[in-house]
Design a protein around this ligand. Sequence first.
Ligand SMILES: [Zn+2]
Length: 258
Amino acid sequence: MQKRKKLKIFTQVCFGILALGHQSPMHAENLVCTYGNPVLLKPTKRVEKFDNYTKEKMEKMLITLHSIENAIGIAAPQIGISESMAIVSFSSEMIQKYEEGKKKKISNVILQDGKEVQNILELMPFVFINPSVQAIGTEKDKMVDGCLSLPGVYGFVERSHKIRLQYQDIEGIKHTLECDSLFAFCIQHETDHLHGILFIDRLVEEKLMVDTMSPCWKKLSIYPELLQKKEASKEEILEVLKKLGTTFDYSKLKNPKN
Ligand SMILES: [Zn+2]
C-alpha cells in the first residue's frame, strides 16, 4: 500500500507539471533512445521483482513521458531499460482535443477486471507490466502512428480495433483490460516496443511522412531535404534518422535558441 501511495503522489506531481505548462523537470529526462539504438530492437525481459528499484525505473519513464509535449506513451527500452514495462497517458486536454476533432471516443468501452471504467482518466497514467495482447474480433483500425524514438516522422499503421490486455500493475497484481479505438492502438504500439518492434515494421505502405507543420522541426533542421518533400520512402527516412544518432534530446524542442 505504501508503494502505491508513493506512485500516486508522484503521478499527481507529474500531471501538475503538464497541466501548468511548466518547463521540463530535468534536462536529462528529455533523452530518448532513437532509431539505430540496438536496445529498441531487442525483446525485453519479463519483470519478476516488484520492488522499489522497479518503481524507480517506472518513475523515470513517467518523468520522461510527461516532460515531452504531446507524448502519449513510452516503453522502457526507449529510456534504455530492456524490461517489459510501458505507460500510456492521456491528459484531459488530449482526450478533449481528440474526441472533438475526430468526433469519436478515445475508447468506447473499457472493462478493467470485468468492471466498466466510466472515465478513462481514472486509469491515467496507465502503467502496464509484462503485457500480453489478444485481439477481440477481426476489425482493424488504420491510423497515423508516430513514435518518440522516430522523432518527427509518421506513417499509416493497421492494428486491432478491440483488444484484451493481460498485464501486471506496479505492485505485481495481475489484471485484464478490454478496450478499443485509440486507447487500444496506443497499448498495442507500446507492447510492440517490448518485443523489439517499431511502428515502421507495421506500415500499411512503405512510406513515411515528415511533420512539416511543426515549427520545432524547422528550427532543428535535422531533415532539411525531407521537409521540402513532406514524405519519402521508408528507406530514405531511415537513412536520415541514422544521422540523428541513437539518442534524441527533446529539450531542444522547447528552446528555439538550441
Ligand atoms: Zn514508440
